[in-house]
Design a protein around this ligand. Structure first.
Ligand SMILES: [Zn+2]
Length: 363
C-alpha cells in the first residue's frame, strides 16, 4: 500500500495534462475509460460523456454506492498545463480541481482490490462532465437520472478541502438581462431613453434589494453603448444569485424579476434569460452520511468541519437524495494558473475515502 500515494499522483499528473474545459471533456474521459478497462473493470458511458466503472460487490442486488469526480476544468483548451514541484507542493492548473479527485477514484479501487475480498455491494466510480462554469451540472444530472434513489449515497469528490464535509449545496441562479431602446444622436435625439442609463437604474434598484439571510447578489458583467455621443441603444448585464436555502433563492429570484419588470417602459425593451441554475439542498448535521464522513476523517486524525458550497452534490441534494462532497487534500489557488496541491495530505485523504466507503457499504 506504500506505493498508493505515488501511483495516484502519477495518474493525477497524466490526467491534468489532458485539457478538459467544460463541454470539451472527451479526451480526458476517453483516457479514464481506457485506464479503467485496463484495470479489468466493467465500463459504460452515457450520452452526455460521463464514464462509469463498476467495482462488483459480493451481492449484486444490494444498494450500490456512487462515488463521482468531475472531469472538467475552468481553463480554456489552450492554457499551458505545465506542472512544477516545490517541496511538498505540486503546482499546475486543474491539478487540485479536479485531476487529483479523478485519480482518487482509481486510488479507491486499488485499495478495495488490495483488501483481497469484494465489498458487500457494488461501488460505482463515475468520472463526470459539466461541473464548472455554465455546465449547469449536466453530467451529475445524468448520473442521478441513471441511478435515481437506488444508491445508499452519492459521494462527490473534490481535490481540495481535506477536512471539509460539504453537506449543503449552495443554490445558484444566474441571469443575463438585455435592454434595448431606440437610441439616437446624443444632442439631436436628447430625451430618448438610453439603454445604459436604464441598465444603471436597474443595477441601482437591484443593489437596494433587501437580501434574505445567507444570500448574495452580484452583477458581475455590465456592457453596453456604441459611442460617446450616441444614446445607447443596448446594454447587457449578468447577475449571479446565491442562497443557502431553496426558499431564499426562490424569494430573491422573485424580487429580482420584479425589478426587471419595473424597469420596462414604452420605449425600453427589457428581456432576460436564466443562464445558470444549481438548486440548493442539504442534509441535516445528524444525517448518518454526514456523521459517517466526519467519523472517517476523525479516525485519520483530521478535524472535520461542516460547510456548504456549490458542487455536483447540489443536484442529488436538491432531489432529496443523500449526498455529500468531500475534499481529498490541502492546496490553494483553485481556478487560477497558480493552483497547487499538497502531496502528503493526499495519502490521508485516500485512506479516509476508502474508510468511509467501507463504513457506508457495511451490510
Ligand atoms: Zn471542482
Amino acid at each position: 500500500m506504500d506505493a498508493l500515494l505515488p501511483r495516484v499522483l502519477t495518474l493525477a499528473k497524466a490526467i491534468q495534462q489532458i485539457p478538459a474545459p467544460t463541454g470539451e471533456e472527451r479526451a480526458r474521459a476517453a483516457f479514464v475509460q481506457t485506464r479503467w478497462q485496463e484495470e479489468g473493470l466493467p465500463v459504460v458511458t452515457d450520452a452526455v460523456g460521463n464514464v462509469y466503472a463498476r467495482v462488483p460487490g459480493a451481492q449484486a442486488s444490494a444498494p450500490p454506492l456512487v462515488i463521482s469526480a468531475h472531469l472538467d476544468t475552468v481553463f480554456p483548451a489552450d492554457t499551458p498545463l505545465t506542472l512544477r514541484q516545490q517541496g511538498d507542493r505540486l503546482y499546475g492548473p486543474g491539478i487540485g480541481d479536479n485531476s487529483v479527485a479523478v485519480a482518487a477514484l482509481f486510488g479507491l479501487w486499488w485499495q478495495i482490490r488490495a483488501a483481497g475480498k469484494p465489498l458487500p455491494a457494488d461501488v460505482w466510480l463515475v468520472a463526470n462532465v459539466g461541473e464548472e462554469g455554465l455546465g449547469n451540472l449536466k453530467g451529475m444530472k445524468a448520473v442521478v437520472a441513471r441511478f435515481g434513489a437506488t444508491p445508499r449515497a452519492y459521494v462527490v469528490l473534490e481535490g481540495l478541502g481535506l477536512g471539509w464535509v460539504y453537506h449543503r449545496g449552495l443554490g445558484v441562479r444566474r441571469y443575463r438581462v438585455q435592454i434595448a431602446t431606440p437610441g439616437g444622436h446624443a444632442w439631436a435625439r436628447a430625451g430618448t431613453p438610453s439603454a445604459v442609463h436604464q441598465m444603471a437604474a436597474l443595477v441601482t434598484r437591484l443593489d437596494a434589494l433587501p437580501l434574505p439571510p445567507q444570500a448574495t447578489l452580484n452583477v458581475g458583467v455590465f456592457r453596453g453603448g456604441v459611442s460617446i455621443n450616441t444614446i445607447a441603444p443596448e446594454a447587457e448585464i449578468e447577475i449571479d444569485l446565491r442562497a443557502a436555502e431553496p426558499a431564499a433563492l426562490r424569494q430573491l429570484s422573485k424580487q429580482v424579476e420584479k425589478a426587471f419588470r419595473r424597469q420596462r417602459g414604452p420605449r425600453v425593451r427589457l428581456t432576460w434569460e436564466i443562464i445558470g441554475e444549481r438548486p440548493a439542498g442539504g442534509l441535516p448535521e445528524r444525517h448518518p452520511l454526514v456523521v459517517a464522513a466526519q467519523e472517517a476523517l476523525a479516525r485519520h486524525g483530521v478535524r472535520p468541519a461542516l460547510t456548504l458550497a456549490s458542487t455536483d452534490a447540489n443536484w442529488p441534494l436538491s432531489r432529496g437524495l443523500p449526498a455529500i462532497c468531500l475534499g481529498l487534500t490541502l492546496g490553494g489557488g483553485a481556478h487560477t494558473t497558480d493552483e497547487y496541491i499538497q502531496m502528503r495530505p493526499l495519502g490521508t485523504g485516500l485512506a479516509v475515502l476508502a474508510d468511509l466507503v467501507r463504513a457506508l457499504i457495511a451490510p
